[in-house]
Design a protein around this ligand. Structure first.
Ligand code: SAM
Ligand code: SF4
Length: 333
């Protein structure tokens, strides 16, 4: 079988960008994501093996038209088989774009091996360049490791290196221009993400969220910004040209300016569940059929069905909105 069926939904969208969570575990405890004590991790036997991950990714790429694969988590660098999974993914035919979203801890040690395995790019999450603020947000004093990881990624050619930041009111929201300046000096592309209701503690409040308008006003206090002329397509970030260019900064306004109509994503959790949306309340299990001998055609058909029922939008602003039961760290951001 060859790309028989694209991952289409009832609203005409086609998913070509697969986010694969390799673990729900993490070595940081970012406030907007997890409580201080961490979470109850998935039992090991429920987590897909490396071979199972690669098989599902192969079906997605070779049969279902997926062209981009991003590995995430939890913290994907905690997954022992990561380099091998990347190598086997890149070797698929047609070879997909392969990227990684990471907190950067330990990246300095594996950036070369990842590049050698065929990884194309990394996104490193960094919300501040101040040590005390970093420790406050992540509850760990590890800023230097992240900075070394970023540097190693760039040296290894995992470019463009992107930096993802979330702003927390009263904590780092006034540091946005400083973070942008730091990224510009190093050639990293900063993207600031509105905080979403995906924290495990359910503490997110719309009123506390730093909005895209506020983010832009803060950046504009130090830089001139113009909407990038490059078409946005299905990218979640609206890019702005900084001080006449060529550098840009992105703002991901998932809450105040949702881009659900252009969404081309599908997610696979570490325990083998398909989520057709970050905010989906239902999942489709691929692990059970995988482990009970289903062939590729059956798995592909289940995947196609799971995508067909994707909702039109996340509805965060609807009164009926319910936060998904899985937090961001277990879905794969
Ligand atoms: N541990 C890796 C990392 O931090 O990059 C990968 C997983 S993390 C869940 C992926 C991205 O989600 C990170 O950039 C993080 O900042 C973002 N994130 C986590 N919780 C979020 C929330 N409540 N709202 C918006 N973004 C969030
Ligand atoms: Fe870990 Fe990433 Fe969540 Fe921070 S955002 S706690 S680094 S999974």
């Amino acid at each position: 079988m060859r790309v028989s069926t694209p991952l289409a939904d009832r609203f005409g969208r086609i998913a070509t960008d697969l986010r694969v969570s390799l673990t729900d575990r993490c070595n940081l405890r970012c406030h907007y994501c997890m409580p201080a004590e961490g979470l109850e991790w998935l039992p090991r036997e429920e987590v897909l093996t490396d071979d199972e991950v690669v098989r599902l990714v192969r079906i997605a790429v070779e049969e279902l038209g997926v062209t981009e694969v991003r590995f995430t988590g939890g913290e994907p660098l905690l997954r022992k088989g990561l380099v091998d999974i990347v190598r086997r993914t890149k070797a698929l035919s047609p070879s997909p774009e392969v990227s990684l979203t990471t907190n950067g801890l330990g990246l300095a040690h594996v950036a070369d091996a990842l590049a050698d395995a065929g990884l194309d790019r990394v996104n490193v999450s960094l919300d501040t360049v101040r040590r005390d603020t970093f420790a406050e947000i992540t509850r760990r004093d590890r800023l230097d490791d992240v900075i070394h990881g970023l540097d190693a990624a760039q040296q290894a050619g995992l470019t463009p290196v992107k930096v993802n930041a979330v702003l927390m009111r009263g904590v780092n929201d006034e540091q946005a221009p400083e973070l942008l300046g730091w990224c510009l000096e190093r050639g990293y592309q900063l993207r600031i993400i509105e905080q979403m209701p995906l924290d495990a503690q359910g503490e997110w409040r719309r009123d506390d969220m730093v909005t895209a308008d506020e983010i832009l006003a803060s950046l504009a206090s130090a830089y001139s910004l113009e909407v990038s002329p490059t078409p946005r397509g299905s990218a979640p970030a609206q890019e702005y040209v900084v001080d006449g260019g060529p550098a840009t900064v992105g703002v991901i306004a998932s809450v105040t300016r949702p881009f659900c109509g252009d969404c081309d994503r599908v997610r696979l959790t570490a325990d083998g569940q398909i989520r057709n949306c970050l905010f989906a309340r239902e999942e489709s299990d691929l692990r059970a059929p995988l482990r009970s001998g289903a062939d590729d055609v059956e798995i592909a058909e289940r995947w196609v069905k799971a995508m067909w029922v994707k909702r039109a939008g996340h509805g965060i602003d609807d009164e009926s909105f319910l936060q998904p039961t899985r937090p961001m760290s277990a879905i794969g951001g």
